[in-house]
Ligand binder design. Structure first.
Ligand code: BTN
Length: 275
């Protein structure tokens, strides 16, 4: 068999027996599509049609997959995971980015359990393996007055992609490329949903990140490192000291002042490359 052409089956029958969630991906909350423009957009359409919290949509192929900052998210069919989860968190709109932090912790945890590799997080929510990005999360908020009407957590994980175009090779990778093993998509997907629901329920009790901060900081590649902050008001360097209870990155500038960085406004990168 051509090693690079491994494509496993991903359907209801392979996924559902592995789920231990209460709401996520349960019964009518699970939709698996062969092809769609974007799973985030499909969530919006189905939510407008009355879908309930926990709706989870997977697609093998997205024709208009969306990344953060208006970028596109491309993934070849048969190799990867692209899925979106719809939530209705009872929290103020400005706190919704905390859920992104929790999702990154959950999906990094799932990748660690399934691969045995040290999956880390680049703030706020890229998942990196050996310094390269292997998963990204796009959170979209659909407001209703001053509370989130609902929130979409859209996640792409490069699972078994055998190669990347030249221009991405330095920064992007897949679990297959980093481990040398083909990873079961149903096993990884179920672990992602199981882990995320467990943490989301715990988060809803405190409604802040106090219970997750230490774990996040220990997995965050930026903690204690020099970062370059790409702020539209002016770029600067500093040392990332950790996150606060809302998930903002705390960066100590060269002049000693402490910046509180909100993920929606700026991005950071390592001084010596992507992570
Ligand atoms: C990023 O830029 O890092 C975020 C990428 C998010 C991609 C996922 S794939 C499933 C969901 N649907 C989309 O259109 N985008 C997200």
């Amino acid at each position: 068999m051509n090693e690079g052409a491994f494509k496993d089956t991903f359907d209801r029958d392979s996924l559902v027996p592995l789920l231990n969630t209460k709401k996520l991906g349960r019964d009518q909350n699970l939709i698996i599509l062969e092809e769609i423009d974007s799973t985030n957009e499909e969530i919006k359409r189905r939510t407008a049609g009355g879908a309930g919290e926990g709706l989870t949509i997977f697609a093998d192929l997205q024709t208009r997959g969306k990344g953060r900052r208006g970028r596109t998210w491309v993934n070849p069919s048969g190799f990867n995971l692209a899925f979106s989860i719809m939530l209705r968190p009872p929290i103020p709109l400005e706190d919704a980015s905390m859920i992104t932090i929790i999702s990154a912790l959950s999906f990094a945890g799932a990748i660690r359990r399934i691969t045995g590799e040290e999956a880390l997080i680049k703030w706020p929510n890229d998942i990196v393996l050996h310094g390269k990005k292997t998963a990204g999360i796009l959170t979209e908020l659909v407001p209703s007055g001053d509370v989130p009407g609902y929130l979409i957590l859209g996640t792409g994980i490069n699972v078994n992609t055998p190669s990347f175009p030249e221009e991405l090779k330095e920064t992007a990778t897949s679990l297959f490329l980093e481990t040398g093993r083909h990873i079961s998509r149903p096993e990884l997907a179920s672990e992602c949903l199981n882990e995320f629901e467990r943490r989301y329920e715990a988060f809803l009790k405190d409604k802040d990140l106090s219970g997750f901060k230490a774990e996040y900081e220990s997995l965050c590649v930026n903690t204690g490192k020099e970062v370059f902050v790409l702020d539209p008001k002016g770029e600067y360097k500093g040392i990332a000291e950790g996150i606060n209870n809302k998930g903002n990155l705390l960066v100590r500038r060269e002049d000693g002042s402490l910046e509180n960085i909100y993920a929606g406004e700026v991005s950071v990168r390592g001084i010596y490359g992507y992570a």
